[in-house]
Design a protein around this ligand. Sequence first.
Ligand SMILES: NC(=O)c1ccc[n+]([C@@H]2O[C@H](COP(=O)([O-])OP(=O)(O)OC[C@H]3O[C@@H](n4cnc5c(N)ncnc54)[C@H](OP(=O)(O)O)[C@@H]3O)[C@@H](O)[C@H]2O)c1
Length: 340
Amino acid sequence: MGYKIVVVGATGNVGREMLNILEERQFPVDEIAVLASRRSLGTEVSFGERTLKTQDLDAFDFTGWDMALFAVGSEATQKYAPLAAKAGCVVIDNSSLYRYDRDIPLIVPEVNPQAIHDYAKKNIIANPNCSTAQMVVVLKPLHERARIKRVVVSTYQSVSGAGKDGMDELWDQTKSIFNPVDDKPAKKFTKQIAFNVIPHIDVFLDDGSTKEEWKMVAETKKIIDPSIKVTATCVRVPVFVGHAEAINIEFEDFLDEDEARDILREAPGIMVIDKREDGGYVTPVECVGDYATFISRIRQDSTIDNGLNLWCVSDNLRKGAALNAVQIAELLGREVLKKG
Ligand SMILES: NC(=O)c1ccc[n+]([C@@H]2O[C@H](COP(=O)([O-])OP(=O)(O)OC[C@H]3O[C@@H](n4cnc5c(N)ncnc54)[C@H](OP(=O)(O)O)[C@@H]3O)[C@@H](O)[C@H]2O)c1
């Protein structure tokens, strides 16, 4: 016996990837429903060999369904996730709406799987921000060995993190640079993204940081340890899929770069590719479609007593969203619901 699963936002970047990953990992699905807005009613999406027709979220009854994997914006999540949760269907949510709620666990299965048992307070589990998910997988095993005091991170985030409209905008602008007749002004991003980089993701906050940067701070504290200080600069780059991060870590205790490399080689969810030669590191295009978070360029930071630098790359639609959501579903099944 398996699970009755609902994928909400099935026509979007994350929703489609969730369907791929449920199939790839042979998640025990007895029945599956795919939902999107009324605009997409009847749109076909692939689930392995099968083609499924999208239903209207607004007309769907969640009663009798085990889990709903939500990948719609915060507004639609706010309206529909509580209905699903109240109907007894556990929500695993990709939006930022519930991540900071004390009664809702925020989970990266390699890092804080024990938090799964808190799901029942609201029948909702939150999935972290894409940039946070790949970073905490790396920080956790290093924190266990040498206690992290402070992290300075700069991100290089692909346009797929802004949804399918973000990918279309990069594609259209790139074409229009070669064929100016097709000129497409910026809509999704605030400045030209083709052949450019934009140091601005999500809204600005009063202190001059952006909400994306704040999310990395708040979510790292909630998932690993509130004592870790994080300062972030989040940048959108003209890459379709795959987020990269340059991470500087200051520890309480000394941690040698070779030991750090060994620890990360053994850690779940991580692949270390770190040859100190031309091409001996991983770039975003090489991580697309993979499950792992790739670590390269591990080296001592000689400007502080206990510091390391490293380069971290992952598929933002996978570990940053869909894969992590499916891993949470697997964890919930294994630890709590115990079907399949
Ligand atoms: N992309 C990432 O790397 C990433 C990472 C972490 C978290 N997330 C979060 O995951 C969520 C989805 O992101 P995405 O990148 O997949 O966005 P997307 O490609 O723009 O897709 C959005 C999906 O939501 C559906 N939708 C929007 N409004 C709806 C409504 N009122 N009722 C029903 N369905 C509605 C859309 O359906 P239609 O096709 O019918 O419009 C589509 O299926 C967002 O909350 C995002 O912040 C994304």
